[in-house]
Design a protein around this ligand. Sequence first.
Ligand SMILES: NC(=O)c1ccc[n+]([C@@H]2O[C@H](COP(=O)([O-])OP(=O)(O)OC[C@H]3O[C@@H](n4cnc5c(N)ncnc54)[C@H](OP(=O)(O)O)[C@@H]3O)[C@@H](O)[C@H]2O)c1
Length: 262
Amino acid sequence: MKVKHGFIGFGNLAKAVYQGLREEKDIEFAYFARSRKEVNIPYYDKINDLVAFADVIWLMIKPQDLSTILEELEPLDRFGKIVVSPVAGRNIAFIERYLGKEQLILRIMPNLAMAYRKSVTAFASNQPENENAVAIFHLLEKLGKAVRLEENGFDLFTAVFGSGPAFILAFIQIFKEKMQEFNLPGALLDELLLELTQGTTLYFSQNQKSYSIEQLIQNITSKGGTTQAGLDYFRTHEIGKHFEGILDAAKNRSEEMSRNGD
Ligand SMILES: NC(=O)c1ccc[n+]([C@@H]2O[C@H](COP(=O)([O-])OP(=O)(O)OC[C@H]3O[C@@H](n4cnc5c(N)ncnc54)[C@H](OP(=O)(O)O)[C@@H]3O)[C@@H](O)[C@H]2O)c1
């Protein structure tokens, strides 16, 4: 029998999950949102119908919309169903206040690379040993790396792996802006930067079992050379510490959102 996955909200993340899972056999999808989207799966314009359809209910809405949706879910028959929440800054206890402690709730923190089965996803549950929870964990493993994590680790995890792709791209954007001096078309610059990042990732992945990151950097650095000059600047100006500040700011914001419910 096919497992029915229902998305409440169909924005960036829901699209990524759908793209990552759509080739799976034994899965069916549908969604509910305020308006119909350009996707070839059934659309329900009433939340009740989506919940009646779904075995797995994905909460794919923004944090500020979560309370409204949970109030709508509260009176509905959710017996035997699984609720999956990727919502940043909202813990399991928050959802239990509306849906009760008997409701199987999975809190996850993925990123958009779910679409390419390359997400790094944190996982926590109020019933971690429940066979349905374990089944969803295995499904998440198909979408990249999945890791069980205590909920108090979610704020840092959100900063590093949820927001991480944006930070890495912001770094690549600095390279791109510098390359404007070459007077080459923007699309070509993107291609060159893509090759640079893919090449670097491959270099990392091929060697990570034998070498530390520090050693891999050393391999590209000759004494008194260009890389050395750049790395000296990096260290003297404590760029690493500033970069860490980006992660701390994101983590602090996640903690703040959890506290204030905003
Ligand atoms: N994007 C990421 O990389 C990422 C990573 C990790 C976690 N998350 C979490 O995932 C969640 C979704 O993020 P997202 O980027 O996918 O958001 P998004 O692109 O803004 O999508 C939100 C969706 O929610 C729907 N929605 C809002 N209010 C609704 C309501 N009252 N009833 C029905 N549908 C409603 C919207 O539908 P309409 O368009 O019809 O209004 C839209 O389809 C967030 O809580 C975020 O914290 C996101």
